[in-house]
Design a protein around this ligand. Structure first.
Ligand code: URA
Length: 435
């Protein structure tokens, strides 16, 4: 049998590793038998030489098998989830998941923390007072069975190698390898025991992968992996050049998700959430047309059924559901800084990457894995791309509790906005469908 160093060498020399070899690496690393330095070398060799489709699938299988996937066979409903590769102001999953649950599906969400400039569903939900995500397997299954939806954090049993590998990738500049992202995402999603999955792969300035070609490749890779595992799967490529909706920051995004579920959300956010939910219904039910699924999803949003699901789930997980209507119960920042327009014009760009990084400087996200975050802080946009603004009109407000990095954050936000004298052409939020 090859030594670990021989497997690292093989990847360094751009040779393809077998499933068995990849399982040795992943299991050995998860059990602490392989050191960080050898795994880091392997990851870097793969990130530079690229992994084949078969290797990406093997990585997924190995990461899935080294944990204990959920068994939801006792819940007699199709199981479905959505996954976003992460954006700025992206609270789509918190709206789409209750819509899908209200449509009679089971949505077992293993939610993730944010990383870098990209927010995470877990951090957003944890800004709700007393909300618990450290559910036992039994609690998780009971809540899914009762309400069609539960949100848990990743445990040491579900795809445990991913947690350890992700920290190492974060520290070794190997996060943005499409194959490593695909294996990381798909191993966690497959551990949920799903029948169907809708991916929302972001493209544009605020997305994880900056080029559209790479984002499309990532979508295709995840679809190939999902199909090999008998999952019904589709990916939307959606625009992340400017933030989604108006809020960026954990409690602020819960507020906007809640407003959207009560019929008062911004059109871009509500439209995308309904589209994602419709595709969840369409793929999971397998016997409805996409048009029917769209009108079902819209109806469940409009009549308050989806909001009721979210309220019930928040209560079932110990959270104060009143915070979904009385926003003063959410964590509140102490300081506000308004940024105004230097002149009259149309907003032609709001760089989502800059806004996301500014929000991290305020404390809403992590520079490094394990950093603490402040749930109260963030940014509320007061205008979006295409809007006309007068000189001196508000462009956005920064909410902070600590002034240490405020000046730097303000600079980034000011740089994020571009004005032009002509109104830019409206752009579609859904750029493409990969299936
Ligand atoms: N999200 C994940 O879950 N994993 C990655 O590697 C990147 C984004």
């Amino acid at each position: 049998m090859d030594r670990i160093v021989d497997l690292v060498r093989k990847k360094r020399d751009a040779e393809e590793l077998t499933l068995e070899e990849i399982e040795r690496l992943i299991n050995g690393y998860a059990r602490g038998e392989i050191q960080d330095y050898q795994m880091a070398a392997f990851l870097m060799a793969g990130a530079c030489n690229d992994f084949s489709e078969a290797e990406a699938a093997s990585l997924t299988t190995a990461m899935l098998r080294c944990g204990q996937p959920l068994d939801l066979s006792g819940i007699n409903k199709p199981k479905v989830d959505t996954h976003s590769t992460g954006g700025v102001g992206d609270k789509v999953g918190i709206i789409a998941a209750p819509i899908a649950a209200a449509a009679g599906l089971a949505v077992p969400v293993i939610a993730e923390p944010g990383f870098g400039h990209v927010g995470g569903t877990l951090d957003k939900l944890q800004s709700i007072p007393s909300f618990r995500t450290d559910l036992t397997r039994d609690e998780f299954m009971e809540i899914v069975a009762a309400h069609g939806l539960a949100f848990a954090s990743q445990s040491n049993e579900l795809a445990p190698a991913d947690k350890k590998l992700y920290s190492l990738r974060d520290a070794t500049a190997t996060v943005d390898s499409p194959a490593l992202i695909a294996a990381s995402v798909m191993s966690k999603k497959m551990a949920e025991g799903l029948d169907a999955l809708v991916l929302d792969v972001k493209v544009g300035r605020g997305s994880l992968l900056k080029s559209k070609t790479e984002s499309r490749r990532l979508a295709q890779l995840m679809i190939t992996i999902g199909r090999r595992m008998n999952l019904r799967i589709q990916a939307l490529l959606t625009d992340m050049d400017q933030p989604l909706g108006y809020t960026v920051g954990n409690a602020l995004e819960i507020m906007e998700a809640s407003q959207t579920l009560q019929g008062q959300g911004p059109q871009d956010l509500a439209g995308l959430a309904v589209e994602v939910a419709a595709r969840m219904i369409y793929l999971a039910k397998n016997d409805v047309s996409l048009e029917t699924a769209r009108s079902t999803a819209q109806g469940l949003l409009d009549d308050g059924s989806a909001f009721a699901v979210l309220q019930n789930v928040i209560r079932a997980q110990g959270g104060n559901a009143d915070a979904l209507t009385q926003f003063e119960l959410l964590p509140n920042a102490t300081g506000e800084h308004i940024i105004t327009s230097p002149r009259e014009g149309y907003i032609s760009r709001i760089n989502a990457d800059d806004i996301g990084r500014a929000a991290v400087l305020l404390g809403s996200g992590r520079e490094r894995m394990g950093d603490n975050i402040d749930p109260a802080v963030g940014i509320i946009l007061q205008a979006k791309v295409g809007d006309a603004v007068a000189a001196g009109a508000g462009l956005c407000a920064l909410y902070y509790t600590d002034e240490a990095q405020l000046t730097e954050a303000v600079q980034l936000v000011e740089d994020a906005f571009r004005l032009s004298s002509n109104q830019p052409e409206p752009r579609d939020l859904v750029v493409d469908l990969v299936q």
